[in-house]
Design a protein around this ligand. Structure first.
Ligand code: FMN
Ligand code: FE2
Ligand code: FE2
Length: 400
């Protein structure tokens, strides 16, 4: 299937693959690239839904021209103003000077601020309709999923939801935009990593949007990143329900920092205890090796979390400190928590890790372990015991 083929009658995929960028938002690795999805509806009026990152504007304008053959674009619908989608608005407006831009009040603040555009605007509010001919659009606000101006566009005739970043994934599209045509095995993890890093803080706004959109019959979900969802709609909606409620699977993430190996040995022992406590899904991450986005993604996946850190200048190991900030920012709820650490003269890390679990309001499994000097036989036994209690607690309360 060609990447410019129709999705439904006279609705085209006109997005692009980015296989160049190393880091999304300049900090999130893209091992499999990413797509910026845009959609074109050709009817009595021509409407374009979102644009692409400006680095791909040339390719994007060519795609439009291939379909439109000198016809004008009448409306640009702006569901989201983040530059990975809004980046080409200025160039698009130069190419199609009669273009009217459809958005809400907040969209237009961004539009003025980023592009100094404040004419030829069509303002929509919750539930507004826009007729294109055979196709009719309705607009619903989805504030803070994950920016304040975000809205979604529902195409009534074909029951298609253009959902902005919601239901998006990292990963470029290999040969087709449609879920049914793709090997989805890597997309599920990348969808969760996208959610955890980008949408994860906004669980409640996501819940609100899901509740509102739950009333609509939907045959396609067209996000701004990753596959167009057709036969996987039930699954992706269910995943969003779970993640936005911070619900997790039976499993434990053990994440540690270690300079000289003592804290690592503690982590290994904790992991043995967890398995013996009855949990097979144990992921151990060295915070210095695995990018934090993958660790966060696993923390969204699993119910148990054990964090280990050496004391470093009286504080936490810096990369663990940074990870805690990311977890705190996302307000991750309902985790079962344990912690451990090591020091050589004046402890600090374990106190801070213990206080962190308290501020997050998490249930605690076992007793925190604080090792002094080299990894001791006593710490070995305590780490195993704490891990075992974690395994038992997660076994009892995990979802499945
Ligand atoms: C740069 C540096 C700073 C440290 N600061 C402290 C400290 O403030 N208090 C302390 O008790 N130990 C401190 N330590 C010692 C480590 O916490 C201790 O050796 C720990 O066991 C190291 O764990 P690891 O083997 O997993 O790297 C420091 C070590 C280094 C290298
Ligand atoms: Fe975004
Ligand atoms: Fe995006």
């Amino acid at each position: 299937m060609s990447l410019t083929k129709t999705i439904a009658d006279n609705i085209y995929y006109v997005g692009v693959n980015d296989r160049q960028k190393e880091l999304f938002e300049n900090y999130l690795p893209l091992p499999q690239g990413v797509s910026y999805n845009s959609y074109l509806i050709v009817d009595e009026k021509v409407a374009l839904i979102d644009t692409v990152d400006i680095s791909f504007a040339g390719q994007f304008l060519n795609k439009l021209e291939e379909i439109l053959n000198r016809r004008d674009v009448d409306y640009l619908i702006v569901d989201h103003m983040e530059p990975d989608h809004a980046g080409s608005i200025g160039l698009l407006k130069n190419r199609y000077p009669n273009l009217q831009i459809v958005g809400n009040k907040k969209t237009f603040d961004f539009l003025r601020g980023y592009f100094a555009i404040d004419t030829q605007l069509v303002e929509v509010t919750e539930g507004s309709h826009l007729a294109l001919g055979k196709h009719e659009l309705a607009f619903y606000m989805a504030p803070m999923v994950h920016w304040p101006e975000v809205m979604v566009t529902y195409e009534i005739t074909n029951r298609m939801l253009f959902s902005a970043d919601a239901f998006g994934t990292f990963g470029a599209l290999n040969g087709s935009f449609l879920d049914a045509d793709l090997d989805l095995s890597t997309f599920w993890d990348e969808m969760r990593r996208y959610y955890a890093c980008i949408v994860g803080k906004y669980g409640q706004p996501t819940q609100n949007a899901l509740k509102k959109l739950g009333a609509l019959p939907i045959q396609r979900i067209c996000s701004t990143h990753g596959p167009v969802w057709s036969n996987q709609i039930d699954k992706v909606v269910k995943l969003y329900e779970q993640w936005s409620r911070y619900e997790a699977e039976k499993g434990v993430v053990v994440v540690y920092g270690s300079m000289y190996g003592n804290t690592q040995l503690m982590a290994e022992r904790v992991a043995c205890g967890i398995v013996d406590g009855g949990v097979k899904n144990v992921v151990v991450h060295n915070v210095s090796k695995t990018d934090a986005s993958f660790i966060l993604s696993d923390i969204f996946k699993y119910q148990g979390l054990v964090i280990g850190s050496p004391t470093y200048m009286g504080e936490l190991y810096p990369l663990i400190d940074s990870l805690l900030t990311k977890i705190r920012e996302r307000g991750i709820k309902n985790r079962i928590y344990g912690c451990f650490g090591s020091h050589s003269w004046a402890t600090g890390a374990v106190k801070k890790l213990t206080a962190f679990g308290e501020t997050m309001n998490w249930e605690v499994a076992g007793v925190p372990v604080d090792n002094k000097y080299g990894f001791s036989a006593e710490s070995n036994a305590q780490c195993y015991e704490m891990g075992k209690m974690m395994g038992e607690s997660v076994s009892k309360s995990g979802r499945n």
